[in-house]
Ligand binder design. Structure first.
Ligand SMILES: C[S@@+](CC[C@H](N)C(=O)[O-])C[C@H]1O[C@@H](n2cnc3c(N)ncnc32)[C@H](O)[C@@H]1O
Length: 292
């Protein structure tokens, strides 16, 4: 049976999670409230896959990873999904759209980091969510009573963030959107003397920033140093790097360099593994820091 083992639902109020993860077979499946999104490397699915998988979900879609940026997933079996639908992760709702391209609304690999962020937030805290995509980190911070600032290049994703706020019945008072480049915004916040009690850094592997380019495996320290300059004393930083090209040691080294360059000091840090349903894969590096 090619679909064995399937990851169990992580909690009763979670309807979106990685149900199958096999880096060696290059086959990944996310479960979105009964619908499955399958990703593969290359353009072939195992021969008996569709028949086996379609018995386990209401709707089966497929996206070869190399085409992921440009194309929506292809319908393979079951119900055709027309338009958006919502999913839940630890009780927080999020709109999904299989036709949206790039990704569909929620990165399931950040589930445990979102739980951690919600645990760090206190009512009245100011939280900065950079490279925010559809604002999932802002949602958990807002639900915990924090004020949020959500930064993304894309107005489509900022609008999606506010639609997710509405879906969760969250009032937008005290929540701000900043469209544009994260690096530019971090410099602006520093000039304005604005500080944050917690900052989420989850950049893409590669990004253009004005005339500069940012690569997670080369320029992470400079991003951390800009963020540390606007972090309140005793605040926390969630640093993520989504790449196999960076070892965990090298990532920790880059983050420490960035903190030092800002004249700050790490009080404590942890480097948790990815959620268990990712079967020991380690492409997503995480460092959770508290900074003096
Ligand atoms: C990998 S996604 C982030 C996922 C998000 N942190 C989450 O957990 O849902 C990358 C996001 O960064 C945004 N982005 C890329 N380069 C950027 C830049 N230089 N400044 C601001 N946003 C950027 C993209 O528009 C995209 O929404």
């Amino acid at each position: 049976m090619i679909l064995n083992p399937l990851a169990p639902q992580p909690s009763p109020d979670t309807t979106a999670w990685r149900v199958y993860h096999d880096r060696h077979r290059a086959l990944w499946i996310d479960h979105f409230d009964g619908r499955w999104l399958v990703q593969t490397e290359g353009e072939r699915l195992p021969s008996d896959f569709v028949e086996a998988a379609s018995r386990l979900c209401s709707s089966l879609y497929w996206r070869p990873r190399d085409k992921a940026a440009a194309t929506a997933p292809i319908h393979l079996a079951g119900e055709i999904i027309a338009g958006r639908f919502s999913v839940q992760e630890t009780g927080v709702s999020c709109w999904m759209d299989f036709a949206a391209g790039y990704s569909c609304g929620l990165f399931t690999d950040q589930r445990l980091n979102r739980i951690w962020v919600s645990e760090q937030c206190r009512p009245g805290n100011r939280i900065l969510n950079t490279f925010a995509y559809t604002g999932a980190f802002s949602l958990v911070a807002a639900r915990a009573g924090a004020e949020t600032t959500t930064v993304d290049l894309s107005s489509v994703y900022l609008d999606w963030t506010w639609e997710n706020f509405a879906l969760n019945g969250l009032d937008r008072t005290g929540h701000h959107g900043a469209r544009g480049d994260v690096f530019t915004w971090l410099r602006t916040f520093a000039r304005q003397g604005r500080t944050f009690h917690g900052i989420v850094l989850d950049p893409p592997t590669f990004s253009r920033s004005g005339r500069d380019t940012f690569r997670t495996d080369r320029n992470y320290a400079s991003l951390v140093s800009l963020a540390a300059a606007v972090l309140a004393p005793g605040g926390w930083l969630l640093c993520c790097a989504n790449t196999h090209r960076l070892t965990a040691d090298r990532f920790a080294h880059d983050v420490a360099d960035g903190i030092r360059a800002a004249g700050r000091r790490i009080i404590r840090q942890e480097a948790p593994p990815m959620p268990p349903e990712f079967c020991g894969d380690d492409y997503l590096k995480t460092l959770r820091l508290h900074v003096e």
